[in-house]
Design a protein around this ligand. Structure first.
Ligand code: A2H
Length: 235
């Protein structure tokens, strides 16, 4: 972690009822997977959400209406930030692991698919952001490769109980990287992709269709926040 605080946008990905048994006690409440991103303008390209299977998560009461699923560390940080009701230890309603979340159907702001699914990613860190990541394979080599691994490896799907239909169609060309664990190659792919996508990219869907990514990023972020579909999170 750097010396400067990092400011993320938390995307509120709503868990769609009926809830699985582990989440049954939350039924009737608004429950969200809280995904931390630096690229809110890419949310049109979401295909799924990522969790760490062995990661520890909790369902925390964030304010009068919302329950967020995220790491305890992030819940604590958030409790001292603007969105929360009181700067107080957040109440954990249910303790969860990543395994409990795999396969959860979600409704996520700006996603083209009505429903996207929660899938396992082995490189998710639980000491960064919220431990929940939204997946945009077209703009993120990490996301691309993790989805590629799941699609290409039936044994990996089997291990985590991933059904074929949960992995939405990916949208970009092959990067010749063999798995999500090839750190050096991925670092180079990311350098190229992020730079190009951000500085040269143009939106091709949604209300900002045709506008440059760089120009509309702050607009899209503000719109998500105004619509109560996202919040600001710093750490
Ligand atoms: B970004 P930084 Cl399209 N573990 O969101 C692993 N990765 C995490 C994470 C965690 N706990 N929390 C967040 N992230 C990812 C979108 C995106 C992102 C695109 C392109 C680039 C990009 C869709 N995934 O990040 O270490 C999230 O992925 C480029 C760095 O704090 C988050 O933004 O700089 C980014 O890493 C935050 O990384």
């Amino acid at each position: 972690e750097g010396v400067q605080p990092q400011e993320y946008t938390i995307i509120k990905m709503e868990v769609v009822a009926p809830f699985p048994s582990k989440l049954k006690v939350l039924e009737g409440r608004k429950v969200f997977l809280a995904a931390a991103t630096l690229r809110p303008e890419t949310m049109y390209g979401q295909t799924n959400a990522w969790v760490l299977p062995d990661g520890k998560y909790g369902a925390f009461e964030i304010n009068e209406t919302d329950v967020f699923i995220l790491t305890q560390r992030a819940a604590l940080n958030l409790a001292y930030q603007k969105y929360s009701r009181v700067p107080n230890k957040p109440t954990c309603l249910v303790e969860l692991t990543g395994y409990d979340l795999i396969g959860l159907p979600l409704k996520s702001p700006r996603a083209i698919n009505q429903i996207i699914y929660t899938l396992p990613m082995l490189t998710v860190l639980t000491d960064k952001g919220t431990g929940i990541v939204t997946s945009v394979p077209a703009d993120s080599p990490d996301d691309y490769m993790a989805l590629h691994d799941l699609k290409a490896k039936p044994a990996l799907r089997g291990k985590y109980g991933v059904k074929d239909e949960w992995a939405a169609e990916k949208v970009c060309a092959d990067l010749k990287i063999k798995s999500q664990n090839e750190k050096d190659k991925l670092a180079e792919a990311k350098r190229l992709t992020y730079l190009k996508g951000f500085t040269e990219g143009t939106l091709i869907v949604g209300e900002f269709n045709g506008r440059k990514v760089q120009d509309v990023k702050p607009l899209i972020r503000s719109k998500l926040i105004e619509a109560n579909e996202a919040i600001i999170y710093s750490e």
